[in-house]
Design a protein around this ligand. Structure first.
Ligand SMILES: NC(=O)c1ccc[n+]([C@@H]2O[C@H](COP(=O)([O-])OP(=O)(O)OC[C@H]3O[C@@H](n4cnc5c(N)ncnc54)[C@H](O)[C@@H]3O)[C@@H](O)[C@H]2O)c1
Length: 377
């Protein structure tokens, strides 16, 4: 499957390709535009030993000269020090303006290697080969690359659109189950925002996804990518006013980020986003943005989202974060977010599945809506 992601202001966008065995064809793909270039494979200590040889062989068999750069797996590698170190290693290895960075791994190496490509000699070509489900359906699409600062995540970054994104679902065979579930949270998010059908399908197809069924993975990953690509294509640089652009992709992230921070990163990002989706549904119902669940008939947005998270095996224990010491940490993280957004939080709510709406809420209002007892129970 090939999905074109338009980049307004450039003649051409970039292609996101989804298919089993694509990693072994990366060299043939890159040869069309970069014959004879040197390629820097940027990966981490988990992924390089598992999939590095496949990518390297595919590149060398098409005549590319390849150098490998392996960083320690984990978010802490998304640092300015690691960025500068990689750029210096490229200089020492004789890389030049026509050469290419190929990222191979999850969102960490995608973001880090992407920023290396964006900044080395003012920017060189970038090929993303994402290997975590989260990176395949989310991080590799949209052109955002960044490293973290002590003051917060992703604060030193750029928009640098890739030459192409090659998604090979076969790489997910080695991905730990917990990471697979975390990636599915972002797929549910894309469905909740733009396609109730996709939302239902991801939950229903979970057993097939969990056993890494190739055709099911390829189909649902491609749908998720297409939904995100359509959104970022409307607003490539995140400049659109509230409600029309990629700000919508923050669904589940206001409360999700706060829970992630309050958990001292004990929860994976996708797990926290799952709880954030539940929170968005509850706030939407209790503030009257979505129709309130009916106590007699049951159902409603929160119940639908909870059922999907349970099907996938993601955490659904939201209430534990709303009271006691954890709640204080959550409130603090929301306040911090508000300060960064200069005063108001653009909270992404849902009028129904597939129908997002941006509402302006204070952290206090969000917490109050989350804690309030349902009136009709
Ligand atoms: N640029 C964007 O638009 C964007 C969007 C969402 C998230 N992100 C960023 O992505 C990062 C999170 O991404 P992630 O969840 O992929 O984290 P990650 O890169 O840390 O990968 C998760 C773990 O899975 C391992 N792994 C990845 N692929 C594997 C495979 N095929 N087999 C075995 N192990 C494998 C990694 O080594 C790591 O231990 C965060 O830094 C986040 O800020 C960026």
């Amino acid at each position: 499957v090939a999905i074109d992601v338009p980049v307004p202001g450039r003649d051409q966008g970039y292609a996101v390709l989804v298919g089993e065995g694509l990693l072994a064809r990366a060299g043939a793909h890159l040869r069309r535009t970069h014959e004879g270039a040197k390629v820097a494979i940027v990966s981490d200590t988990n992924v390089m030993p598992l999939h590095g040889d496949t990518l390297e062989r595919s590149l060398t068999s098409e005549g590319f000269e390849v150098a490998r750069f392996t960083v320690t797996a984990g978010e802490h590698s998304k640092s300015p020090a690691q960025l500068v170190e990689l750029v210096r290693e490229l200089v020492r290895a004789g890389f030049g303006r026509r050469d290419v960075v190929a990222t191979l791994g999850g969102g960490v190496v995608g973001d880090l290697g992407g920023l290396v490509a964006a900044t080395f000699m003012r920017g060189i070509g970038l090929l993303h080969c994402p290997t975590s489900l989260l990176a395949q359906v989310d991080a590799s699409v949209g052109g955002k690359v960044a490293v973290d600062l002590p003051e917060g995540k992703n604060l030193l970054g750029a928009f640098h659109f890739p030459l192409a994104v090659l998604i090979d679902p076969a790489t997910l065979v080695t991905l730990p189950d917990r990471e697979l579930r975390a990636g599915a949270a972002e797929m549910l998010k894309h469905g909740a925002l733009f396609s109730p059908e996709h939302f239902a399908e991801v939950a229903a197809a979970w057993p097939a996804l969990a056993r890494r069924d190739g055709p099911t993975l390829a189909r649902l990953i491609a749908t998720s990518v297409a939904l995100k690509a359509a959104c970022v294509g409307r607003d490539p640089h995140e400049q659109s006013s509230a409600g029309r652009g990629r700000i919508l992709l923050n669904l589940g992230h206001t409360v999700g980020h706060a829970i992630e921070a309050a958990s001292a990163y004990e929860l994976l990002h996708g797990e926290a986003v799952g709880l954030g989706l539940l929170a968005a549904a509850r706030v939407s119902e209790r503030r009257g943005v979505a129709e309130r669940a009916n106590a007699q008939e049951g159902g409603g947005l929160e119940a639908t989202i909870r059922a999907a998270l349970e099907q996938v095996g993601l955490p659904t224990e939201l209430d534990g974060w709303l009271h006691g010491p954890r709640a204080a940490a959550l409130a603090q993280a929301l306040e911090y977010d508000k300060k960064r957004a200069s005063g108001t939080l653009a909270f992404i709510a849902l009028t129904a599945l597939g129908s997002p709406r941006v509402v302006s809420l204070t952290p206090g209002e969000i917490l109050q809506s989350l804690r309030e007892e349902p009136r009709d129970c």
